[in-house]
Write a protein that binds this ligand. Sequence first.
Ligand code: AMP
Ligand code: MN
Ligand code: MN
Ligand code: MN
Length: 275
Amino acid sequence: MRVDLHTHTNASDGNLLPGELIFQAEQAGVEMLAITDHDSVAAYSQLETKKNISVQLIKGIEISSRWKKMGVHIVGLNVDINNAGLKAAIKKQQKIRTTRAKLIADKLQSQGFENVLEGTYKIAGDAAIGRLHFAHYLIAIGAVKNYNAAFKKYLGDNKLGEAKNEWETMSQAIQWIDGSGGKAVLAHPAKYKLTHAKMEQLIADFAAAGGHAIEVVSGLQTQEISQRLAKLAEQYHLLASSGSDFHRPGQSWAALGAQSELPKTCRPVWEEWIQ
Ligand code: AMP
Ligand code: MN
Ligand code: MN
Ligand code: MN
């Protein structure tokens, strides 16, 4: 089954409208799709009136959180987007994003850039504002050539980007998702660039906190990484998920639904949702 359980729209830092994303997913032969915007489920309200969608939609979100001093992303799948606890959590997360945006803008201003906050909000519109919008702005004013350079030079975790953020704990994020009836999935574990020991510690803590699954396959990672994550999933009795982390057409790391298959030993988190 072709699934993509990690994608973004312009309700966060993706480029496509929710309807456009679904259309492109259908074209790509995706059978089950989750829109997982950063700290937002706004994409789903735009789809309420849409009928005749051939792809099965699983409601999702990608929650920013922290584990130790590191930012980690927890994807929530099959959540109830009207759950009061989740709604309150989203409000809280949006507030953190707004505060952080001001901090990032201040720091960029002190590096000599002008009009940063207004310029970035113009790009973000109503979306959950994030670092990719700042990257857009830096590219637009000619400060950097591309996204990679923007993160390398200014916005990366070790640069000013994370701005000592105040994200809630990973355990809290898991509880929000669990409380709304969803499954908590540790997003793109390989992206945190951890040693094997640290990765195991993260996954052990995630499982102990009630996490359900890990993204064994994320984007265009190597088979070796997928195999390693599959083993860890098995070891910690976790289900497996798979997603492209799609943000825009032409992005370098994966097209919609184009990830490789889960290793055979995995138990897919989506199995019980198949209609
Ligand atoms: P935020 O949620 O505001 O902390 O921003 C994190 C987002 O920035 C990720 O979800 C990616 O979309 C984007 N991002 C992070 N690093 C890079 C990079 N090196 N190149 C392009 N996009 C990146
Ligand atoms: Mn993103
Ligand atoms: Mn992420
Ligand atoms: Mn993502």
